[in-house]
Write a protein that binds this ligand. Structure first.
Ligand SMILES: [Fe+2]
Length: 84
């Protein structure tokens, strides 16, 4: 969304879908087709910044789709380096 000529983002808390990564994937799937790899990349885009209880699932997902690591890196660059 653009507001006053600048990109504008809002944190939606009313989706009723738990889990940041899962919620992101579900929202994207409601708008477009995604491959299994793309779904996993979105679900795990937070990398190890999830609950410790999810680390095993994260490691298994990375073994199957190493691209998850690059998606996480891109997310970190966007959010923590470029401030998006
Ligand atoms: Fe995120």
């Amino acid at each position: 969304m653009v507001r006053d000529g600048k990109p504008h983002y809002e944190h939606r808390r009313d989706t009723g879908i738990p889990g940041h990564g899962t919620k992101s994937a579900v929202m994207a799937l409601s708008r477009m087709y995604l491959t299994d790899e793309e779904i996993r990349c979105i679900c795990w885009h937070m990398g190890a910044f999830t609950g410790k209880d999810l680390w095993g699932g994260y490691a298994e997902a990375v073994k199957k789709y190493p691209n998850i690591l690059w998606t996480h890196q891109a997310d970190m660059v966007a959010s923590n380096v470029n401030g998006i």
